[in-house]
Ligand binder design. Structure first.
Ligand code: SAH
Length: 213
């Protein structure tokens, strides 16, 4: 499944991410640990270690490694953190979070994509990720509160349900719509009524949509 050739390509990708400004060694190590080629169909394996987003099922995408690295750095993942991801997609980002020692919950609104990814994660040894088919705008009330929440689709606003499901002191990272692209926002919930927001550059994501399919 994994091989020296793949590991070599991955090491090159990690060097590229470092050069592009990713500083956290823990994040780089987690990216080194996850065999990204197993998240693409066999025919596209060659593309897995380029720093590009790539189409997956249901007209969705596996995020660009640089974007995954930036979002993961902003989350400041600590071992045992309980993290909710909105937008399971291929499952790649969820695996990076798991490699950092987090407890990962991830929601996907496409049934077909959810089921295919859940199966893949079990097959490749990432069965500890808890996946859910549903609408991420609602969060996951029965497992709340979360230490961290990561939205991996372009959001029109920061869903109030998700802010409610975040612990005090928790961090939420979200690409927020702004014209034709998104501004990466890190929100820190200092207390019930005090939300601190920081801006972290422009990105491009597929849209966060209401309801399920
Ligand atoms: N984290 C993924 C990126 C997938 S792209 C990865 O590493 O591959 C974003 C994903 O968010 C898509 O699969 C899309 O179907 C999903 N999505 C969009 N809106 C959603 C919502 N309201 N709830 C849950 N998932 C959503």
């Amino acid at each position: 499944m994994d091989s020296y050739r793949h590991k070599g390509l991955r090491a090159q990708l990690v060097a590229e991410l470092k050069q592009k400004g990713i500083r956290s060694q823990k994040v780089l190590d987690a990216i080194m640990a996850v065999p990204r080629h197993l998240f693409l169909d066999k025919a596209f394996e060659e593309w897995a270690y380029k720093d590009n987003a790539f189409p997956i099922d249901c007209e969705q995408t596996i995020s660009q490694p640089y974007t995954v690295a930036v979002q993961t750095e902003l989350l400041d993942v600590q071992p045992k953190d309980k993290i909710l991801e909105i937008g399971l997609g291929s499952g790649y980002q969820a695996c990076v979070l798991l490699e950092l020692g987090a407890k990962v919950y991830s929601i996907e609104r496409h049934k077909q994509l959810h089921d295919k990814t859940a199966l893949r994660l079990k097959k490749i040894g990432y069965g500890a990720i808890r996946t859910f088919y549903g609408d991420g705008f609602l969060g996951l009330e029965r497992f709340a509160p979360f230490d961290k929440i990561l939205i991996t689709a372009a959001a029109p606003e920061i869903p109030q349900a998700l802010i409610n499901q975040l612990k005090i002191g928790g961090i939420l990272v979200v690409p927020l719509n702004q014209g034709s692209n998104q501004k990466m926002i890190r929100l820190i919930k200092q207390d019930e009524n005090k939300l601190v927001k920081e801006k972290h550059g422009d990105f491009r994501f597929v849209p966060m949509l209401k309801g399920t399919e």
